[in-house]
Design a protein around this ligand. Structure first.
Ligand code: PEP
Ligand code: MG
Length: 953
């Protein structure tokens, strides 16, 4: 039904069936919308059906479109299958003209009301149907409001409204070149066309692109008799959630605006009262509303977001839809509803979007820092806590600027607006937080940010925003564009300056824990984590990780206290390799050489042996030092993860990644050489932070003496430059890295394996259950694995023999190259496990550089829909996914108990996790913070097809 009638239309039909008071109307289907989009005009028969629909409304209401005695007014509202709040158009009060306005006024005994409705129609019709800039109408309205005492819409007199209508119609005539249409049918026809057209409007298209809503769905258009909330004090309009959409608490939550139309609430023009206040002020209405809410929630078995209007004391339900909610509310509501028996545990799991779990683990302000800020007088104001989480950033008033700063400059921003509208969405998307002066908890800003998980404070009426100057004022304080502000979307507080945030405490999230435990009972995939350090591993365990799927050991090489040792090792390695090969060859030659050749060989050997000794002191010596440090690293992580598998990957990146950049060294050597005769030139030309740091380095090289520092550094830097130049590659990502490195410099990986097994043996002797798994990266040919594994496993056995203990271990490889995936049956002979390194596998499958593609062309590709999404974020099913499928099949054919997982970034992406589940992987491994997401996503992957199968039946 939703496919055809859209969410709103389906809801109206269903509510009518349930016997709720719904204004009569009919729905134009999404199919008609699509036909309209294709041809640019109404499909045959549509208008006739509209006329029949109108006739049916007329029969039910006893009113008639255009009737001079009892005029019918209708609305046309968009409504797609998936809610797209505020992204498409709605036109209200259709049917008003010079004849019906006085008729309506007479009928209602309120001419002011009729003229007010008319001015709304002309402006809305002009803006939406004819795309006239809305500010033109607003400016007129403002001018009239200024003439009143209260400066409010409601202060405008009937005469004023009549003049406003005349001016609006004049604007219309000038802009469109025709009179505003008097014929109600023409109004209706054009409004329907505009609403259908709005499906393809820019905002709607952007929203669908962002939310991955297919473009072919189309919107429905609902034509409905108007009911009025602005007919005096026993009228009003509101929005009610059946549960609190921010916290999830079971209470009727929402807002009510007396004597107002629906759009006044959504647009946040006036700040409404809370629904609970109705309990005292209008107990009967509150009761009626509560009963309808309960009925709807039980009927739809989900939280409902209900729009209602009170017209002359009569309640009308205009719309119901499943309520958007914050991540925290989603989890609480799902768990509560399952406990209340409204839904099953499985449904509860499926009710929470896995990515929303990230929001629950959003940073909060450090309470101490917050109260310090308060003491310092930095508290500015309090608004509504519209979307939870805390954020600090530069105050920005323009959504375009927020987009540029957030997306391109990667700067944190807080978008500050009087109120937001769908035209601001691009800025909201790239802000850390949103602050608005007006609007309630169901205003545009609130709804959009909650969906996106961006902290938001709305209705902060104490702030006065001035777009022209680019500032906002609170009392005597002024916050200018570019000043730092901090907002707490959980409490609604706004502060001046920066407040540090704190990581959330997963252990205290009882509802989330419950939901994840239910998910654990369902899922097939295990969830492991990528962690390099014991503290990351601890966090991963706390989040529920069942193993470490990737410990990138080279990250430990990068630590500052180790870099010197690593440099020494890398600088000596190629020479060591060359000289030791020559010495080996000479020795071999000696054995078979003729007598007369021997002295020459011996001479050469005697020359080389001390060189080799020196090199081996440098190379093997630094490896030994590194080995001791790595043993500590591995002891730490294996201890934390006792009882669970830990995959330790041997060194992977090209060696030059550990050295300074070639270009930097070249500049430094040049500078030093030029400064030889004039050391102070270094001081005079030090402008950037890097220049200053370099100057410091030169000074320190000779105890503070610049001239001597220069002399000391030149040979050192020159040597480094030569070494870096020698190891430079045109395509380092396809070069000497991964297992290739270990094959050329086996001493490095042997050191790592030795360190792993020394750590494991020591812990085993302490009685700990340790399960190291050694992973060889980037294998493409079985022989690479064969050679590497034979050498390394021999080393492992040597250590265990020496230590006198055995530990359970596995040797395996990453699958990062298409050839490895395609020859998985060969590879599996030498691997007890596979781990898909889908970062590299995506790079090598597409031939896109993972370091450059996103910055150069990939995002354009996605924007132009050449690719459906960024394949470095979500696994490409057809290409990379196919390779994985082949790999799993071939690998398991040779080794049925082959352990297979994934450790690329995709391991934390719900859509990719779904594919991993389908492929029958054993686990996904992702960053510790993603572990809760992956636990839930893995359960979704298992449950969703089951639910779909049931729905098909
Ligand atoms: C991968 O390539 O997917 C992977 C996990 O390894 P890295 O990102 O370290 O290259
Ligand atoms: Mg890789």
């Amino acid at each position: 039904m939703r496919d055809l009638l859209g969410g709103k239309g389906a809801g109206l039909a269903e509510m009518t069936r349930l016997g709720l008071p719904v204004p009569p109307g009919f729905t134009i289907t999404t199919k008609a919308c699509n036909a309209f989009s294709r041809k640019g005009r109404f499909p045959p028969g549509l208008w006739k059906q509209v006329e029949e629909g109108v006739a049916a409304i007329e029969a039910r209401t006893g009113k008639k479109l255009g009737d001079p005695a009892r005029p019918l007014l209708v609305s046309v509202r968009s409504g797609a299958k998936f809610s797209m709040p505020g992204m498409m158009d709605t036109v209200l009060n259709l049917g008003l003209n010079d004849v019906t306005v006085p008729a309506l006024g007479g009928l209602m005994q309120d001419h002011r009301f009729a003229w007010d409705a008319y001015r709304r129609l002309v402006a809305m019709f002009g803006r939406i149907v004819k795309e006239i800039d809305g500010h033109r109408f607003e400016a007129v309205l403002e001018r009239y409001k200024e003439q009143t005492a209260g400066n409010k819409d409601t202060d405008l007199t009937t005469d004023m409204l009549r003049s406003i209508v005349a001016e609006f119609r004049e604007i219309y005539r000038k802009e469109v070149g025709r009179e505003f249409p008097e014929s109600p049918k023409e109004q209706l026809r054009e409004a329907i066309a505009a609403v259908l057209r709005s499906w393809n409007g820019k905002r709607a298209v952007d929203y669908r692109n962002f939310n991955k809503i297919p473009h072919h769905l189309g919107t429905a258009a609902n034509v409905q008799a108007m009911v009025f909330g602005n007919m005096g004090h026993d009228s009003g309009t509101g929005v009610a959630f059946t549960r609190n959409p921010s916290t999830g608490a079971k209470e009727l939550y929402g807002e009510y605006l007396a004597n107002a139309q629906g759009e006044d609430v959504v647009a946040g023009i006036r700040t409404p009262m809370r629904i609970v206040e109705l309990k005292d002020r209008a107990p009967e209405l509150y009761e009626q509303l509560a009963r309808a809410a309960d009925l709807l929630e039980r009927h739809y078995r989900d939280v409902q977001d209900i729009e209602f209007t009170l017209e002359g004391g009569k309640l009308w339900i205009l719309q119901t839809r499943s309520g958007k909610r914050s991540a925290r509310a989603a989890v609480k509501i799902a768990v509560d509803m399952a406990k209340e028996g409204i839904i099953t545990k499985q449904e509860a799991i499926l009710r929470v979007e896995p990515l929303h779990v990230v929001h629950l683990l959003l940073p909060q302000f450090d309470e101490k820092a917050k109260s310090a800020a308060r003491k310092e007088g930095r508290f500015l104001a309090r608004g509504l806590n519209a979307s939870p989480g805390a954020a600090s950033g530069y105050a920005v008033f323009d959504p375009d600027e927020a987009e540029t700063m957030g997306r391109d400059e990667k700067k944190p921003t807080i978008l500050v607006r009087v109120e937001t509208s769908p035209d601001d969405v691009h800025g909201i998307l790239h802000s850390k937080g949103v602050l608005t002066a007006r609007g309630g908890a169901t205003s545009h800003a609130a709804v959009v940010t909650r969906g996106l998980g961006i902290p938001c404070v709305t209705g902060c009426e104490a702030i006065v925003v001035d777009y022209d100057v680019g500032e906002f004022r609170v009392r005597d304080k002024v916050i200018r564009r570019g000043d730092f502000v901090s907002i707490d979307g959980t409490t609604g507080e706004v502060f001046e300056g920066r407040i540090p945030t704190l990581e959330p405490d997963f252990r205290k999230e009882a509802d989330l824990q419950t939901l994840l435990e239910w998910a654990d009972d369902e899922r097939m995939l295990q969830v492991w984590a990528n962690a390099d350090y014991p503290r990351d591993a601890e966090r991963a365990r706390e989040f529920g990780a069942q193993g470490i799927g990737l410990d990138r050991t080279e990250h430990m090489f990068m630590e500052t206290d180790r870099l010197d040792i690593v440099h020494e090792m890398i600088l000596a390695a190629p020479e060591y390799r060359r000289v030791s090969a020559e010495v080996r060859a000479l020795k071999a030659e000696m054995e078979t050489a003729k007598e007369e050749k021997r002295p020459a060989l011996a001479k050469r050997l005697s020359l080389l042996e001390p060189v080799l000794e020196n090199l081996s002191r440098r190379y093997l010596g630094s490896l030994e030092k590194l080995g001791r440090l790595q043993k500590e690293d591995f002891t730490g992580i294996l201890r934390v993860m006792q009882g669970l598998p830990v995959i330790i990957r041997l060194i992977d990146p090209p060696l030059h990644e550990f050295l300074p950049k070639y270009e930097t060294l070249l500049v430094e050597v040049t500078k030093l050489t030029l400064a030889r005769g004039d050391p102070d030139v270094l001081v005079r030309t030090a402008r950037s932070d890097e220049d200053q740091a370099f100057l410091e380095e030169v000074r320190e090289a000779a105890g503070g003496d610049l001239a001597r520092g220069i002399e000391a550094l030149i040979p050192k830097k020159q040597m480094l430059l030569e070494a870096v130049a020698a190891s430079r590659e045109t395509n380092p990502m396809l070069g000497l890295r991964g297992c290739r490195l270990g094959i050329l410099f086996p001493e490095i990986t042997e050191m790592q394996v030795r360190a792993i097994f020394e750590a494991a043996c020591q812990l085993a002797k302490e009685g700990l259950d340790v399960r190291p798994e050694i992973m060889i990266p980037l294998a493409g040919h079985v022989n690479e694995l064969k050679v590497a594994r034979e050498a390394l496993e021999a080393e492992a056995k040597r250590v265990m023999e020496r230590e006198g203990v055995q530990v359970a271990y596995k040797f395996g490889t990453m699958i990062e190259i298409p050839r490895a995936a395609l020859t998985a049956d060969e590879i599996a002979k030498y691997a007890e496990f596979f781990s898909f390194g889908t970062n590299d596998l995506t790079q090598t499958t597409f031939g896109y550089s993972r370091d450059d593609a996103e910055g150069k062309f990939l995002l354009d590709y996605v924007e132009k829909a050449i690719l459906p999404f960024n394949p470095f974020q979500t696994l490409d099913r057809e290409g990379v996914g196919q390779l994985m499928r082949v790999c799993v099949q071939k690998g398991r054919k040779v080794r049925s108990d082959l352990e297979i997982g994934i450790c690329g970034e995709h391991g934390g992406d719900p859509a990719s996790i779904e594919l991993c589940h389908e492929l029958g992987l054993d686990y996904v491994s992702c960053s510790p913070f993603r572990v809760p997401v992956a636990r839930l996503a893995a359960a979704h992957a298992k449950l969703r097809p089951e639910v779909e199968r049931m729905e098909d039946r």
